[in-house]
Ligand binder design. Sequence first.
Ligand SMILES: Cc1cc2nc3c(=O)[nH]c(=O)nc-3n(C[C@H](O)[C@H](O)[C@H](O)COP(=O)(O)OP(=O)(O)OC[C@H]3O[C@@H](n4cnc5c(N)ncnc54)[C@H](O)[C@@H]3O)c2cc1C
Length: 447
Amino acid sequence: MLQRFRMNGEYDVVVIGCGPGGSSAATFLARTGKRVLVLEKGFFPRFHIGESLLPYNTPIFREMGVLPKLQQGPFVRKFGAQFELGNGSLRTRFVFRHGRFNCEPEAIQVERAAFDHLLMRHARDCGAEIREGWTAMKTVSSPEGVTVEARGPDGQIHAFQCAYLIDASGRTNLTGNQENLREMHPQWKKMSIFGHFENVARAPGEAGSDTVIVRLENKWFWLIPIGENKTSAGLVMDKAEFSAATDDPAEIFQKWVDASPRLKEMMAGARLVGSLQTTTDFSYYNRSFIGERLLRVGDAAGFLDPIFSSGVYLAMWSGRLAAGVIEKSLLRGRPLPRLFAGYEKRLRKAFLFYWRVVDNYYTTPFMELFLQPRDHYDLPSAVNAVLAGQIEGGWQLRWRLRYFWLLVKLQKRWPLVPRISFAPQPRRRANDTELPRQDTMAQTVKS
Ligand SMILES: Cc1cc2nc3c(=O)[nH]c(=O)nc-3n(C[C@H](O)[C@H](O)[C@H](O)COP(=O)(O)OP(=O)(O)OC[C@H]3O[C@@H](n4cnc5c(N)ncnc54)[C@H](O)[C@@H]3O)c2cc1C
């Protein structure tokens, strides 16, 4: 079979996909002198959704040596996150630097076209060979190595040999689909409508660059400032409701903006730049994150509802972890099963951790506690750390989170904090919802 392919040189590692997961893995490996080939089906810069990053991405940028380039890039510094009810009755702001268990005080909001391109160029500067316009079609692993068949820009199929493969193909989920490993989440059959807008109203001062999440009863919006006057806005809703609607996506988007006084207020002067887009296929994981000489990173391992902006961070975190496993295996001259198993375990733990948080996000008792945090045993600090991306915190953090889950269970039956309502509220006075001036770790504002 292989005779009909053009054979290419051998590589230590082939990485499929040059999103944040692929470029971080490629950078780490190339920096240690490995022969790395990245096959990317697109041509950069290209649009991608996923613009709100977490503070714990920063140490990864630092280790990759890309932080100074990012600091000079066209990105927005982000200091906190705001969560609010669409009827305007309640909102909370988490300020990252005030979280006791949180070592990273800020993150960035990015336009992915520029961000992914910068990461790709950095991987190339570090020595990775990057080929754009190459679509990996099939992979075959054996105890000796891996063959990747890819279609090049010339339309021909080529074969590449490598010792190890990293699948960072995102939600294309190339190897997971090839092996039929994908498990969809049983309930969250969601879809999203999103676009970039100018003139979306922002809070004054530092809070103006926060990610704002507005929760309606069974749907939610994000507002992510990605430029001086550019904001990414998106609606996440049930796929079934979307499919049953006769309106087009723009009408559905507007209908739900209009249903929320808060959103209506923020989007009053907004102007769409370009067109609205839609995406579906939310929340799945592969039954295995590893294979023979293969590691899956980022969305190619699993994809989570984006409510807590964990996607890019998990992609880069797993990219770094995968690079470490391969580096050591290459050093020993053979795959190290213990390290592969360790990768699977750590990534699954991190993934299930966010999976649980997201699962809870769609329940009312969680929202009640989350939007009305009490400074009780530093619980808001623990929640703050989770929002910042602290997924492997020590015992001090872990027991607080367990305690938080217990409170969520109790809240279901016995209200520890007041119940929330998604119903329309009486009209507020003009300044009622302005955030307090002083930054606290978690501020709650009620109207
Ligand atoms: C609606 C929505 C909103 C989101 N919001 C956020 C957010 O605010 N913050 C956040 O952190 N995350 C967010 N995410 C998640 C985020 O987009 C992803 O988790 C993140 O991009 C994963 O990175 P990755 O490198 O694994 O995959 P990707 O970024 O998807 O990169 C995969 C790359 O592989 C390439 N590719 C695919 N198939 C092939 C192939 N066969 N051959 C060669 N190349 C291939 C693609 O072209 C792409 O460049 C959101 C996701 C959605 C759907």
